[in-house]
Ligand binder design. Sequence first.
Ligand code: IFM
Length: 388
Amino acid sequence: MAELKFPAGFLWGASTAAYQVEGGIENVDWAQAAREGKVPPAGRAADFYNRFESDFDIAASLSMNAQRFSIEWARIEPEEGKFDEKQIEHYRAVFAALKVRGLTPVPNLWHFTLPLWFSQRGGFLHEDAPEVFARYCRFVVERLGSEADLWLTHNEPMVYSAKGYWDGVWPPFLKNPLRHLRVISAIAAAHRAAYRAMKEARPAIQVGIAKHNIFFESNWNPLNMLRCALSDRFWNHRFLRLIAGYQDFIGLNHYHHRKFGATAGERAAAVRSDMGWELHPTSLYHCLVGLKRYGLPVYVSEHGLADAADSRRAEFIRNAARSLHRALADGVPVKGYLHWSMLDNYEWTEGFGPRFGLVEVDYATQTRRIRESAYVYKQICEKNALVD
Ligand code: IFM
């Protein structure tokens, strides 16, 4: 039996996002879209806003040493330019609850949902958006910056822009190729402005984004090779290039593999999650290697699967550990792994159906049940190693 050891201080934990778990957030574009019947309502979600302490007890009992969560912009700035200190105190309590349990916080400042006032004035396409977003980020780190070293500004800007401005299935429900390209640049500008503001307010913090990257590969066909290279360039690297020089680390969110020219047999043989997403055993490794060129520390900020029966999650986690270890051996400076997700949660247009949690949530009673696969993860966290 081999033991795949990880470097001392490696972060092992899980991720959540405010709108998906907190409950009670009504002043955002997604809640408005739900009122209009365009997306499912999030309602109380997993009631994490009130239950974060007992949920962090579970994380600590699973031997995790880190936790990623998001701060809801609309709670902090419910009206343009008006900031709510009570909500700052709420998140201060979240940081304190993590600290007392030995969990390193990885806060994220924006995870898809926009305050209504910001979305109604055009979201990131408004000319003032970078300054407005940066003002919010500065406000938070001026008050809470001493509570964490690692801060994320955006989550998955390419997914947000594709779903909202190309596919038209998320707010603001546009199918507009030109605006799609413009919003990518606008979000990058907002990140750069936020990065400057945050570093000015708190020079010691590390600032990055959570970037959704896909493992693209191709068969022998030159046309497929070209499609593969262009997809990699646009989806995986365009945004990172737009913010070059404005990030201290990279957060990698990884879920998908796409092979151009895959045979019907290859497609049929793939193991899939409840969402139909392929669970490729080494795709995480390939995505990590794809980030080596930036020479920055990498944290896997999300990686997970919907698996209500919990029949594939344990092996998925073990494969993740193998990929991390192999990437480290190849010189990728990977510093941590945050599984998506700590809890079952609201999966956007899919509502509460998909089950991504290490911990199952019964939404009717808000009771939690730790899934068996979480104990497999616990062994890795506890030993800082995979026994293979
Ligand atoms: O639930 C989402 C999360 O909000 C962003 N990354 C992907 C997850 C699974 O789809």
